[in-house]
Design a protein around this ligand. Structure first.
Ligand SMILES: NC(=O)c1ccc[n+]([C@@H]2O[C@H](COP(=O)([O-])OP(=O)(O)OC[C@H]3O[C@@H](n4cnc5c(N)ncnc54)[C@H](OP(=O)(O)O)[C@@H]3O)[C@@H](O)[C@H]2O)c1
Length: 354
């Protein structure tokens, strides 16, 4: 049995919990925040590797707004998660059983492993990437993972930010936003954040070196962007869409770039908020471009190589909060939508990668 091998390999006591695979599955399409009404925990035996497969014991889950996007009825850049399937999410784990040449026992792997204790991977659709040893697991899922890499490509490749420009970013105190704003500051831009609390605004200005930050819940964003950016916004890094996007579009500089990273204000909304100011793209000869980190897979090493020295010399800092327990994945996902966090959120499922 795969469970016996797992217990012996990783020093786990052969307790009942080590012998059970919990899977959190989608039972209906959520409306707003997720909860018991749309999710169910199903317990079963730990899977065994079939021919061409490997079994991964989950260590950390990445908590991403896109987890909620994938639960919606309609397909996005990936197909919607079918009702009855385990919730799709990126995760990091350790191979504990293998009948697949790609994976050896003990390999640290990163992939769409889902909200479960054990995942089955193979060389095809359910493949995962082997991560070289050396980096802390939490860094692999944050600064050197989707958070840091999305920030890097958004700032440098999509927005093509130049020194001396004015850079505005929404979701400024979140995982991607807090890193992207610092990368813009390091590139020599003037950086204005937009975030949902005074404490978040204080953090990005005082601790991360942004020049200013607007609390979109208490201030008029359009007026404040206008006051803070009298010559217009050269780059807007958009994490939220909706009304905030509209407010920044009204303040673009000639030749501005709007890098559309995400639109979190849409993900749980029943109807999409209207955006009125797109004609400003014409007036200002501006470019608005969406991007997906997935399209940069073959350049991840380049970005990690650029981020590493900034982390090592302390010029780039990042916040990671680890929440213990697979059972807390739904509540932790909801915090992305209520804003009750700063930086990157992870869920620790086991100590397999520690
Ligand atoms: N294109 C890509 O490849 C890619 C990759 C990764 C992530 N993303 C996108 O990047 C964005 C940030 O992702 P993340 O993982 O770093 O999440 P995050 O910013 O750490 O968390 C989301 C934040 O969004 C803010 N927010 C929630 N609802 C909002 C609303 N209705 N209006 C304005 N702000 C709202 C909250 O902060 P406040 O307290 O400030 O409201 C919350 O903390 C998301 O849109 C995500 O989909 C895109």
């Amino acid at each position: 049995m795969g469970d016996v091998r797992c217990g012996n390999l990783f020093g786990m006591a052969d307790t009942e919990s080590s012998l059970v695979n919990r899977r959190i599955v989608l039972t209906e399409r959520p409306n707003g925040l997720v909860g018991d009404y749309c999710l169910k925990t199903v317990e079963g035996p730990i899977p065994e590797a079939g021919e061409g497969e490997a079994i991964v014991r989950m260590a950390y889950l990445s908590v991403d707004p896109t987890n909620r996007v994938w639960m919606r009825e309609e397909d996005s850049y990936m197909p919607a998660v079918p009702i009855g399937d385990v919730v799709r999410a990126a995760g990091l784990g350790v191979v504990v059983d293998t009948r697949c040449e790609l994976y050896a026992i003990g390999d640290l792997v990163l992939g769409l492993l889902g909200w479960q204790d054990y995942a089955v991977i193979d060389a095809g659709e359910h493949a995962a990437n082997v991560i070289p040893p050396g980096l802390p697991a939490t860094d692999v899922l944050s600064i050197f993972g989707s958070t840091g890499l999305t920030a890097w490509f958004g700032v440098h490749d999509v927005a093509k930010l130049e020194a001396g420009e004015t850079f505005v970013i929404s979701g400024a105190a979140g995982g991607v936003g807090s890193v992207a704003g610092q990368l813009a500051r390091i590139a020599g831009a003037r950086v204005i954040g937009i975030a949902g609390t005074d404490e978040k605004c204080r953090w990005v200005v005082e601790d991360l070196g942004f020049d200013a930050c607007i609390n979109y819940k208490t201030e008029n964003v359009e007026e404040r962007v206008s006051a803070l950016c009298p010559d217009g916004v050269d780059v807007y890094f958009d994490n939220v869409g909706g009304e905030i996007l509209d407010a920044v579009l009204a303040n673009l500089a000639i030749g501005a770039r709007v890098a559309v990273c995400g639109a979190i204000s849409h993900y749980t909304a029943e109807s999409l908020p209207p955006v009125f100011n797109t004609f400003e793209l014409v007036n200002k000869r501006a470019r608005m471009e969406g991007f997906l980190l997935l399209d940069y897979l073959d350049r991840f090493i380049e970005a990690i190589g650029a981020l590493l020295p900034l982390v090592l010399d302390g010029s780039l800092v990042y916040a990671v909060e680890v929440v213990e327990g697979l059972e807390n994945a739904p509540a932790t996902l909801n915090r992305l939508f209520t804003g009750e966090h700063t930086g990157k959120l992870l869920v620790k499922v086991s100590d397999a990668a520690d």
